[in-house]
Write a protein that binds this ligand. Structure first.
Ligand SMILES: C[S@@+](CC[C@H](N)C(=O)[O-])C[C@H]1O[C@@H](n2cnc3c(N)ncnc32)[C@H](O)[C@@H]1O
Length: 313
């Protein structure tokens, strides 16, 4: 049990699941398959809600915070700082972000590291357009619309690859990791920050399994990878895993914020139906993820990790 996350909730899990089932077709959500087109559609419907409720600056990831400092700072910047440290440690000049979303991470890096070159690649035309607009005026950044499973970029062109909460959404993680390996120079690094299953879901009890599937599907993820087999897969591609840190406790502040927002949504029983008519369906489902994630992370079914991979020299 991860106390700092488990203590966020004020309802037993069965009651939280009952709230979800009352407002949504939970069985349909858990059975749903999610492919690239589904991911693009999810973000098309959710873009405005993310800007309103998640980050006005366009960060699309869960914050990481040590709990110190301003209560309102949920730690969206922390990911950028960790990657900046990595870039400095290997004196990287060319870096690419896989799944750059609305460009928050690479835009911040490009502004703060003007001598280095950055590229962002994303499937979503809406995100790519927003990222280009927000980075207007920065000379050391470029955004490409495309799928990082197959890039039109030369071999060994980059010193570093960043992938924040995106590999979980791609259809074939093996292809994505092999592509990162191909475009990295020998000695290059890949930093992955993502959610994983800590164990197979058939090893956890029924309620937690349902909660885990609902969290994954409503975050536009077909399924989170299991951590151990995933690490085995990246080693088979040729990478060395040089760091793997469980950051789940650091997500507590942002998960608490999202849980409280979701609780407010589920309390508005009559209003729920009215709002649902006005808001896109997939945007509304973010409330399910916000409500249930503290349970799945709190019980270590899901974990939030930073993982650094090295391409051998
Ligand atoms: C949760 S968002 C994270 C965005 C960004 N990394 C951030 O931290 O703000 C995931 C992004 O990955 C993109 N994505 C998912 N699979 C992709 C793929 N195969 N190729 C390119 N982009 C992808 C989605 O369109 C989405 O913008």
């Amino acid at each position: 049990m991860i106390d700092s996350v488990a203590q966020i909730t004020d309802l037993p899990l069965d009651e939280a699941l009952a709230l979800v089932r009352k407002a949504f077709d939970a069985a349909e959500i858990t059975r749903r398959g999610i492919d690239s087109a589904g991911v693009v559609e999810y973000y098309r419907q959710s873009e405005r809600a993310y800007r309103m409720f998640h980050s006005g600056e366009g960060a699309l990831h869960i914050g990481m915070s040590t709990g110190k400092g301003d209560d309102d700072d949920v730690g969206h910047r922390r990911h950028v700082e960790l990657f900046a440290e990595l870039l400095e440690s290997i004196d990287a000049q060319q870096a690419i972000e896989f799944g750059s979303g609305m460009g928050y991470n690479v835009r911040t890096l490009a502004r703060e590291m003007p001598a280095r070159q950055f590229v962002g690649v994303d499937l979503s035309p809406h995100h790519t357009k927003a990222a280009r607009k927000d980075a207007a005026g920065l000379k050391n950044i470029e955004f490409i619309e495309g799928n990082y499973q197959q890039l039109d970029l030369p071999d060994e062109a980059f010193d570093a690859v960043l992938a924040i909460e995106t590999l979980c959404q791609t259809e074939d993680q093996h292809l994505a990791i092999a592509e990162a390996y191909r475009i990295l120079k020998p000695g290059g690094r890949m930093m992955v920050i993502d959610c994983y299953r800590n164990q197979p879901l058939d090893a956890v009890d029924e309620q937690l399994r349902e909660a885990a599937l609902l969290v994954e599907k409503t975050a536009a993820v077909d399924k989170f990878a299991e951590l151990e087999p995933w690490q085995q897969m990246v080693r088979e591609v040729g990478f060395e895993v040089i760091e793997c840190t469980d950051r789940s406790t650091e997500t507590a502040r942002d998960l608490r914020r999202l849980y409280r927002l979701s609780r407010r949504f589920f309390k508005m029983s009559l209003a729920v139906k009215l709002i649902r008519r006005a808001m896109p369906a997939l945007a509304m489902e973010n409330a399910v993820c916000g409500l249930l994630m503290p349970y799945t992370v709190g019980h270590s079914v899901h974990g939030y990790y930073t993982i650094t991979l090295a391409k051998p020299v």
